[in-house]
Design a protein around this ligand. Structure first.
Ligand SMILES: [Zn+2]
Ligand SMILES: [Zn+2]
Length: 340
């Protein structure tokens, strides 16, 4: 089968590799759509830890091709499915406590086990979920991100949130925005660098947008909300945005840090913890959020298709990554059509 793989940093090659062999706990999935995420780019350039060589990708939709042991699951060959991006070892104390997301021996697709940018991918049956009939492969390819965003949003009680700011109108930021509006947040302001994405935020119901290239986001947000906002979601991956979050959050408000910030904060005034008593949450992964996510997709509550701006065949994966990395102004969700 064909697979998009990384042997040496910075280089994606399309290779012919054997179709994975299955153990009892495995399911082989015929991949339909795979989405590119910042983590995949990190695997290519080395800022996300990985074991090479590796097949890229962890966000996808597909159909069940083969079951390692059909008696372990209600899934059948041909079922349309999605999968989580990883799973715990199942043996350590954390895994036994249901905290497999912190497992030190965690298997992560596209990082330390072969991922989904290939004709077939092998995953643990425990993380595979059937997708409803009315959800397309194009919508379902983003399920991992929706579930991760859902987990981030659920860190705080939205009943108490009237105003929110989101830094980073990327794929996840735009989903967080939609979840906040669905959850009844009255005013959401989005800060980002690309007008195309900020306009999309507006079309998804965002009440105000700030292009941080033209305006200081702290001043712009405090101009609209002089006391600050109840909740801030950092989904840009930038250290300066996290710093701004502390400036725009209301006293006793909440900050949720989504995803991986790989830069360091150079100067930080920790007295803010005394003066404002902000509550800060990290959010890693999607565990516990898949059920609600799939229900939202089934109810057509989210706008997922307008976010797909580019499509490439599996052979063109390197080109697709280049569009992602070059931060092309009108690029947002880039999808690999593994089976067009
Ligand atoms: Zn991802
Ligand atoms: Zn474990």
């Amino acid at each position: 089968m064909k697979a998009a793989r990384v042997h040496e940093l910075g280089k994606i090659v399309i290779e012919d590799v054997p179709i994975p062999e299955l153990n009892e706990d495995d399911i082989l999935i015929a991949v339909q759509r795979a989405g590119i995420c910042g983590t995949d780019v990190g695997v290519v350039d080395g800022h996300v830890s990985a074991t090479y060589p590796v097949t890229l990708g962890h966000e996808f939709s597909g159909t069940v091709a083969k079951l390692g042991n059909p008696s372990l699951t209600s899934l059948k060959e041909g079922d349309p499915v999605i999968s989580g991006g990883g799973w715990g070892c199942g043996e350590c104390e954390l895994c036994h406590q249901g905290l497999g997301l912190y497992c030190k021996k965690r298997f992560s697709l596209g990082r330390n086990v072969d991922g989904c940018m290939a004709e077939f991918v092998k995953v643990d049956y425990r993380v595979v979920q059937k997708i409803p009939e009315n959800v397309s492969f194009d919508e379902a390819q983003n399920t991992v991100n929706i579930a991760c965003s859902m987990r981030a949003v659920k860190k705080i009680d939205l009943q108490k949130v009237k105003t929110a700011a989101v830094f980073g109108p990327g794929n996840a930021g735009l989903i967080i925005l939609q979840l906040l509006k669905l959850g009844g947040v009255e005013k959401v302001v989005m800060a980002g660098t690309r007008d195309f994405r900020l306009e999309m935020a507006r079309s998804f119901g965002c009440d105000a947008v700030v292009n941080v290239k033209r305006e200081d986001p702290v001043k712009a947000i405090l101009k609209r909300f002089p006391d600050g906002v109840d909740a801030v979601f950092e989904s840009s991956g930038r250290a300066d945005a996290l710093q701004s979050a502390f400036s725009v959050v209301k006293s006793n408000g909440s900050i949720v840090v989504f995803g991986i910030i790989s830069e360091k904060i150079k100067e930080f005034d920790p007295s803010v913890f005394y003066y404002k008593e902000p509550v800060v949450y990290g959010s890693k992964g999607a565990s516990g959020a898949y059920g609600e996510t799939i229900a939202l997709l089934e109810q057509k509550k989210l706008k997922i298709l307008p976010m797909i701006t580019h499509r490439f065949g599996l052979d063109e994966t390197a080109k697709a990554f280049k569009v992602f990395e070059d931060k092309i102004s009108d690029a947002l969700r880039i999808v690999i059509d593994v089976r067009p």
